[in-house]
Design a protein around this ligand. Structure first.
Ligand code: RIB
Length: 298
């Protein structure tokens, strides 16, 4: 198996609003949609759609219509769902406001995702077969740690530290590639005892802590630190419609390209182009572009 993604799956419940509401504010939405989401499931869909790397998802879904719909979205993209656990809890839900400028605000109700407190034998077996293991922090970090430890020697563990959460030392010790955005980089630097250092300070600190680092910079591209070298990956200029899941598209495609043998800089270039396409269409999983479109846009 090329890529195994361990993480969350949510039904995204999305209201389109003129701007993100402030505290205590009520806004009228111009539309309401539901669609496949969850950082883990989004990354699995992106890795599978990148083409060429077999992809499996390890997570938990409820025994409900949302769970069925999410399983269908994953398998439809070509993701192996044989290691998805069925939970007695309802499928995870994300309440999302998407503003007219494409920005979003998200509240996640964990549901079945929170039920994933350990790995069963089927899930361990899937992880042991991975060339690249992707995980995020929308599930129990102990499960992320167990997954990282279950990977075979030589398999690359990519941690997307989103949403922000302080990492335990034993998890830091497993990370081969850390992927964060600017805010997450600042959060991790603060937890490492160096707040208010600015982006450069945070990058320096995090790069000293992990073998390889990718900082996504939205419309400014991405910064890759690998093998002691620093590379700026330019952004593809686009007008965003919906940024939900764009970071997940970046990480999923990056993981697939690493599994196909690209180095980290080249993998980040693919991820960056795919994310630029993703922000031009609505929805998280529905926004993930197929490999042909990404290839054509490079
Ligand atoms: O990263 C975007 C995702 O975050 C959404 O799909 C939502 O489900 C939350 O997990």
């Amino acid at each position: 198996m090329g890529v195994v993604v361990v993480g969350s799956a949510n039904m995204d419940v999305v209201a389109r609003v003129p701007r993100i509401p402030g505290p205590g504010e009520t806004l009228l939405a111009s539309s309401f949609t539901r669609g496949g989401g969850g950082k883990g499931a989004n990354q699995a869909v992106a890795a599978a759609r990148a083409g060429g790397a077999a992809t499996a998802f390890v997570g938990a879904l409820g025994q409900d219509a949302d769970g069925e719909a999410l399983r269908h979205s994953l398998t439809g993209a070509g993701v192996d769902t044989g290691a998805v656990r069925t939970s007695g809890e309802p499928t995870g839900t994300a309440l999302i406001s998407v503003a007219d400028d494409g920005e979003n605000a998200i509240v996640v109700v964990g549901g079945a995702n929170a039920d994933l407190t350990d790995l069963d034998s089927r899930q361990r077996e899937a992880i042991e077969g991975a060339d690249v293991l992707l995980a995020q922090l929308e599930i129990d970090p102990q499960v992320v740690l167990a997954a990282a430890r279950a990977r075979r020697p030589g398999a690359v563990f990519v941690l997307n530290a989103a949403p922000s959460q302080e990492l335990a030392d034993d998890l830091w010790a497993e990370v081969d590639v850390l992927v964060v955005n600017e805010h997450e980089a600042a959060d991790q630097a603060a937890w490492l005892g160096a707040p208010d250092r600015g982006l450069e300070g945070a990058v320096e600190l995090l790069a000293a802590r992990v073998g390889s680092l990718v900082v996504t910079l939205g419309g400014k591209g991405a910064l890759v630190i690998a093998d002691g070298a620093r590379t700026e990956v330019p952004a593809v200029p686009v007008t965003p419609v919906d940024t939900t899941g764009a970071g997940d598209t970046f990480v999923g495609v990056l993981g697939a390209r690493l599994a196909l043998g690209d180095d980290l800089v080249e993998a980040a270039r693919w991820g960056s182009v795919a994310a630029a396409l993703a922000v031009q269409r609505p929805g998280a999983q529905s926004g993930v572009p197929p490999a042909e479109e990404v290839r054509a846009a490079r």
